[in-house]
Write a protein that binds this ligand. Structure first.
Ligand SMILES: *Cc1c(COP(=O)(O)O)cnc(C)c1O
Length: 411
């Protein structure tokens, strides 16, 4: 007899790590909707609505603003594999784990990858990036806006202008930051931005919204013509390379989302319903208001953490609103704290990777969990666990300091 196991029934958790976070119940409801056919007029209308909604989320007029089916890295791969031809130079300023991911994916696309690195806990200034562009002369600059591994937020405002002046395509992975930190795709002259739902957008992982400037679409279209030429071998006179992926071929994905609706994949309709609701929730609140909310709860958590006698990690001037790094205090067993938080209080906080492994915890206040009650409950539980595991702290101060942030904001 083979086992059939129990019905899915996960334990109730408050997810206060660096993502994923608890999904907004509205998104779960949208995702329980029944399917319609792929070319049902209601489905194609939803696809058009998703494009219009995400233009507002990304603050762009870009026609090509749509979803790639898959987790956030599906969006990254789609952009890189559709734009990079083997031998192209790609410059990646790395300030955390996800910069390394950009390098890896660009490398697999055959790029000559040039990386510059900032010490974890810091970001780059525009002069450093411009100097590297002059040296490398890349086709593309690929960078993350926020890196949950380090909690840092890279300012992008001046980089677009630098890229434009030097004829460099400007791509950003804004998965960790979108919805909780300002992102102005058009004003900052970004050519491509891709994200995921599972951070400040309050959704599950599995859909990658992205937006493409007309300029980058021209480059993708040029390769589409090369491919057509290769299929018709007599006309193959270009030195260019075809897009070496079918699933992530943005030329084909644009044809699928465009008026022609050329069949490509079967759109992951349930994820699309979820992505659509994530955008509606954000836009109903207002993008700027949502950023302010993330700042408020992030500030309250940071004050509270200092009230717990915890030392903050990283350059606080460039911290993301939605995630905080704190050093694990000397003599306190870091993993035992996380286990007690989870098992006794049902609250998840994050560990760390790479050079920060075993050194800091990461606590998120994002999306549906960027809320006062979530912050205060987390601080209360942490105070109890830290005290029992031998950390000296002034009792009551964490919640008092967080409350003071809320009271000041309410004035
Ligand atoms: C969390 C995060 C991701 C997540 O990628 P997945 O493929 O959805 O796991 C990607 N990029 C950044 C910058 C992130 O912070």
């Amino acid at each position: 007899m083979s086992e059939i196991f129990d019905q899915i029934n996960p334990p109730p958790r408050l997810l206060m790590g660096p993502g994923p976070i608890n999904v907004d119940p509205r998104v779960l409801r949208a995702m329980s909707s029944q399917l319609v056919g792929q070319y049902d007029p209601s489905m194609t209308a939803y696809m058009n609505e998703v494009m219009a909604l995400y233009r507002q989320v990304f603050k762009t007029e870009n026609r090509w603003t749509m979803l790639v089916d898959g987790t956030s890295r599906a969006g990254i791969e789609a952009v890189l594999v559709s734009v990079i031809e083997p031998g192209d130079k790609v410059l990646v300023p790395v300030f955390g784990r996800f910069g390394h991911l950009l390098c890896e994916i660009a490398h697999r696309c055959g790029a000559q990858v040039h990386k510059i690195e900032a010490e974890w806990g810091n970001v780059f200034n525009p002069e450093q990036i411009e100097a590297a562009i002059h040296l490398v002369k890349p086709k593309m600059l690929a960078i993350t806006q926020g890196d949950t591994a380090t909690t840092m937020l890279q300012p992008l405002k001046e980089i677009g202008e630098i890229c434009r002046r030097n004829g460099v395509l400007f791509y950003c992975d804004a998965t960790a930051s979108i919805g909780g930190n300002e992102l102005l795709s058009d004003e900052w002259q970004l050519d491509a931005v891709s994200v995921g739902l599972q951070k400040c957008l309050g959704g599950p992982s599995g859909s990658a919204p992205l937006t493409l400037s007309d300029h980058i679409v021209e480059q993708i279209d040029r390769r589409r013509h090369i491919e057509a030429g290769i299929r018709d071998a007599h006309h193959h006179d270009s030195k260019g390379e075809v897009i070496r992926s079918n699933y992530f071929d943005l030329a084909m994905i644009m044809d699928y989302w465009g008026e022609e609706r050329l069949n490509h994949h079967t759109e992951a309709a349930t994820m699309l319903f979820g992505a659509r609701e994530c955008a509606r929730i954000l836009l109903q609140e207002g993008v700027d208001e949502a950023v302010q909310r993330h700042k408020l709860h992030g500030d309250a958590l940071r004050e509270g953490a200092q009230g717990l006698n915890l030392r903050l990690f990283g350059d606080q001037m460039h911290k993301m609103n939605n995630v905080l790094g704190v050093y694990i205090p000397e003599g306190v067993p870091g993993e035992a704290v996380r286990t007690a938080m989870l098992e006794d209080f049902g609250i998840e906080i994050g560990t760390s990777f790479g050079p920060l492994k075993g050194k800091i915890w990461r606590i998120g206040t994002m999306g549906y969990n960027a809320r006062k009650d979530a912050v205060l409950v987390t601080l209360t539980a942490l105070e109890n666990v830290l005290r029992r595991l031998g950390h000296k702290l002034p009792l009551g101060e964490a919640v008092d300091r967080a409350m003071a942030v809320y009271e000041a904001a309410a004035q």
